[in-house]
Design a protein around this ligand. Structure first.
Ligand SMILES: [Zn+2]
Length: 500
């Protein structure tokens, strides 16, 4: 996500004016590498989600039944299996995942609740013991009759209903779009520290998941156009409803954005179709071009995007942009600005997240810097490749460094390490100044220290090694260290405030 603080907005608009004057022509010609990689199942241990859902417009709800096959690949017997119930974070006004100062923008029509109701949970055909728990009831614990042994599978059938709130955050609806994200029960990640059961924090993108296989049947009134994760395999119309069969392979989540106003444009790059969903006809063509440019540049810099489609979706969303697998949500506000630069910046940023978050995952609660700093730096690299190093330098100095320096002027005691958990940030202004801006400054420093060629090798190796997996700061450090003779340990220790 690109935090939409007022100060960032001001910086981005001021920069836009400057940008137009110096970037009238672009000067790039990058050959598209031939595609060498296609998504293949990583074997038996991937979770499988089969979801039948229907969107009910009358009460803005979703009725669904889901079958999830989870394989215990933890190496330990599991007494319980945990899933996140993120929609419950929207139930009470006091606990919603927004900062206090954001409430008015998040709920233009006043607060109203969103939540998930679990009607039944079965293991195969038999009811299974379960409990809804955790902060705001955002965790579902299921307890099989006997512990799930290493290598064993469990099949959970969950029947549920989601009530969407009228909010223009990640999950909810506004005047033009219905944002169906973090909406179904998703298995929590079990890693070296055990189960990760964090609630839906207000700051950052508090998510952590494994890639999985999704087969979704979505029933949607025909007036709506749908953007989604995965590939639409088949559409059938029945009783004024479209029934979509969608498959998503090796993706970390599954989202849908619906609108009656979408104007759709498509273009193909290599084996990937880029689709722009614009509201009305405002800047749909430009958004498509920025999506194509981002895909082309990042394919060349990091390694090939392994999916068949990438959707750039205009949404009722007050926070700038948000990344999901194959789908980036881009605030309609950005399309309506006179300047193009903010739209281009946010699209490049969210598309870069397809590599850092989407394909290479990480714990975005514990180590949010790992995807966010790399993504912010990738956005700089987009401007470098497309418009030339002098433009990258300007964006770096006037936006990234300037934001960090402004923040530190006001909060001189808060400039310590970049590697902190979401819980350790008091505001999204602090979060974005440290994690995005100081984070990108750190990556710039690493690149300077290692040299361009080594840096490029490191990023490509990191991508190739952790594709479809979750990486940690230590994994990233090890790949840097292995590729350079330079002493980068002190840089990590100093900027991240850790002991490598
Ligand atoms: Zn981001």
């Amino acid at each position: 996500m690109r935090v939409n603080s007022r100060k960032f907005k001001l910086a981005i608009i001021m920069f836009s004016v400057f940008f137009v004057t110096i970037s009238l022509q672009y000067m790039w010609d990058i050959r598209q590498d031939t595609r060498v990689l296609s998504p293949q199942g990583e074997g038996e241990s991937l979770s499988q989600y089969q979801i039948n859902m229907e969107f009910i417009e009358e009460d803005m709800s979703i009725k669904a039944n889901q079958t999830t096959v989870y394989t215990n690949d933890t190496g330990k017997a599991l007494e319980n299996i945990y899933l996140h119930l993120y929609p419950n974070a929207f139930r009470s006004k006091e606990a919603v995942p927004f900062e206090k100062k954001e409430m008015e923008r998040a709920y233009p029509n006043g607060f109203n609740p969103g939540y998930i109701e679990i009607n039944s949970i079965k293991e195969g055909k038999k009811p299974i013991h379960h409990k809804i728990m955790g902060e705001s009831n955002t965790i579902l614990r299921v307890t099989p009759a006997r512990p799930l042994q290493p290598g064993e599978k469990i099949q959970l059938a969950i029947d549920f209903k989601v009530t969407l709130p009228n909010t223009i955050g990640r999950m909810g609806y506004g005047e033009n779009t219905v944002n169906i994200t973090n909406w179904f029960p998703i298995v929590a990640v079990y890693d070296d520290g055990g189960w990760n059961l964090d609630p839906y924090y207000a700051i950052g993108d508090p998510f952590y998941s494994e890639v999985a296989q999704y087969k979704v049947t979505a029933t949607i009134p025909t007036e709506y156009v749908m953007a989604s994760t995965g590939d639409v395999i088949e559409v059938n119309e029945k009783n004024n409803k479209n029934i979509y069969k969608i498959e998503g392979n090796l993706v970390r989540n599954f989202v849908m954005i619906l609108s009656k106003e979408f104007q759709v444009r498509e273009a193909v790059l290599g084996d990937t179709k880029v689709i722009s969903y614009a509201i009305g006809d405002i800047k749909g063509e430009k958004a498509l071009q920025y999506g194509l440019d981002s895909l082309k540049i990042f394919n060349n810099l990091f390694g090939e995007y392994p999916y068949n489609q990438l959707s750039i979706v205009a949404t009722d969303f007050f926070v700038g942009g948000m990344e999901y697998p194959n789908v980036v949500m881009i605030s309609q506000d950005l399309y309506e600005m006179k300047e193009d630069f903010p739209l281009e910046y946010v699209i490049a940023h969210e598309v870069a997240h397809q590599w850092w978050y989407g394909i290479v995952g990480n714990n975005e609660v514990k180590e949010p810097w790992l995807d966010e700093a790399l993504t912010e730096y990738s956005t700089l690299m987009y401007f470098e490749k497309k418009y030339g190093p002098h433009i990258k330098e300007q964006v770096f100095e006037k936006m990234i460094k300037a934001q960090y320096e402004n923040y530190i002027d006001l909060e001189p005691d808060k400039g310590e390490g970049i590697l902190r958990s979401l819980r350790e940030f008091d505001s999204s202004w602090e979060y974005s100044s440290i994690v995005y801006s100081k984070g990108a400054m750190f990556i710039e420093k690493l690149r300077e220290e290692m040299g361009d060629e080594t840096f490029s090798k490191v990023i490509r190796e990191y991508f190739e090694t952790f594709k479809f997996k979750n990486a940690t700061t230590e994994d990233f450090y090890k790949i840097c260290e292995k590729n350079t003779e330079k002493d980068i340990r002190h840089l990590f220790n100093q900027w991240l405030n850790v002991e490598m």
